[in-house]
Each structure stands twice: as structure tokens, then as C-alpha cells.
Design a protein around this ligand. Sequence first.
Ligand SMILES: Nc1ncnc2c1ncn2[C@@H]1O[C@H](COP(=O)(O)OP(=O)(O)OP(=O)(O)O)[C@@H](O)[C@H]1O
Ligand SMILES: Nc1nc2c(ncn2[C@@H]2O[C@H](COP(=O)(O)O)[C@@H](O)[C@H]2O)c(=O)[nH]1
Length: 218
Amino acid sequence: TVKTCVLCVSGAAMAGPRPVVMSGPSGAGKSTLLKKLLTEFEGVFGFSVSHTTRSPRPGEEEGKDYHYVSREVMKAAIANGEFIENAEFSGNMYGTSKAAVQAVQAKNLICILDIDMQGVKNIKRTDLNPIYVSIQPPSMEILEKRLRDRKTESEESLQKRLHAAKVDMEISKEPGLFDVVITNDDLDVAYGKLKHAVLEVNIFQCKCPSERKAPVSR
Ligand SMILES: Nc1ncnc2c1ncn2[C@@H]1O[C@H](COP(=O)(O)OP(=O)(O)OP(=O)(O)O)[C@@H](O)[C@H]1O
Ligand SMILES: Nc1nc2c(ncn2[C@@H]2O[C@H](COP(=O)(O)O)[C@@H](O)[C@H]2O)c(=O)[nH]1
């Protein structure tokens, strides 16, 4: 049972709840973990739907997983100032539009972004003020196995992602870059750590008046 503050969940007691940035190597388990969070805390967290120039994978949906656009459309939108951040990753463009974050915040939900390391560095230059969570694999070998078993990448894309993962795993050790670094070995253990990190910042540390801070169970 998780005790949550009604006011924080509504966003009424704070200047605004802190968004959550999740980053880490491709295949580390970011989507798996954030889907669990979005399901358990439906009505609390909302996903920032990024734009990408890569093709949809089987089962992915336009507007839910990504907005799938051409390189031309994406470049024009970036030039038009529509993006908070954007990056090139494994041969494709990715980016967080202002509209994607605003759509989540307009529903009074805590915004979750799933972005790569370049995105993390770029978001740090904005006033978004999120909590930064790095999801790391237990080892390169396990990461490669998970990516291969996912069967979503060509050999070329897989090699690019593994190369980027090595860089990511080194940079994520930089002190102060992330608020929390979670090794995703056992999924339930990793999820417990993620949940604690994001709830602690947004709910347990609530400064709202105590008489209105009635805990509710979810
Ligand atoms: N703790 C875990 N144990 C075993 N398999 C896992 C675990 N976490 C995730 N997986 C599996 O590993 C694969 C990669 O996970 P996922 O797609 O969530 O990674 P990701 O970090 O979101 O990758 P990307 O950045 O490419 O979107 C998936 O097939 C997923 O089911
Ligand atoms: N900088 C950004 N990175 C993003 C964004 N959306 C996703 N990503 C990252 O891209 C890789 C690959 O994703 P995949 O879905 O093709 O496997 C992964 O690390 C994501 O975190 C974004 O808007 N900006």
C-alpha cells in the first residue's frame, strides 16, 4: 500500500509536481518500468509522447508510443522552435515537443519523459526541473541478450545501440548527473526502487497544510 498526498496528486499544493526523466541504455528496461508505473498510477503520471523519425515497431501506436514523422517534418518543427530538446540516436531523430509536455501537465499529471543521454544534458539547460532517473542493465552481456531477444533491431541498429550503451554506462557514473541510478536486474526490485524515488520527491515531501494532507491508499 502506498500512501499518497491528495493535494500533491492534484498538483494544487505545489508550484507544480516535478516531472520525471528516465534515461539509460536502449534495452535497459525504461519502457517496461514506466509502463508499470503508468498502469499502477493511472491518473497520477502521464507519458510525454516524443517524436521520432524511426518506423513504428509491431504493436506500437501513433500518438501513444511516439509521433512518427519524416526527417523533413521533424527538422522543420525543430527550426520552428516546437521542441524542448532533440537528439540523433542510432540513425534516427528523436525529440520532446513543448506540446507533448504541456498536454500531460494540462491534465494535472506528473510528466514522465523517456529520453537518451543527449536529451538529459539538453533538458538540464531548461527550467523543467525534473527528477533524473537512470535505468542501467546489470551488464553489457545481459543488455545485448535483452536487445536481441526483443527482436526489434537490425544487426546494424543493435551494434549502434550497444556502442551508445557503453558510453551511457560510463557517463551515468558522473556525480550529480542523475538523482537516482537503478540497476534493472530483477524487474520487481527495480520497479520498487523507481516507485520509491518518484513518489518520495513528489508526494512524501509534500509541504501542503497537514490538515489537508489526508493520505489515501492506492
Ligand atoms: N528486469 C528485466 N529482466 C528481464 N528482461 C527484462 C527486464 N526488464 C526489461 N526486460 C526486457 O528487456 C527488453 C528491453 O526492455 P525495454 O524495451 O523496456 O527497454 P528500453 O530501455 O525501453 O529500450 P529502448 O530505449 O530501446 O526503448 C524487453 O524485451 C523487456 O521485456
Ligand atoms: N533525446 C531524446 N531521446 C529519446 C526521445 N524519445 C526516445 N528517446 C530515446 O531514444 C532511444 C531509442 O528509443 P527506441 O524507442 O527507438 O528504442 C532510447 O534511449 C530513448 O530513451 C526523445 O524525445 N528525446
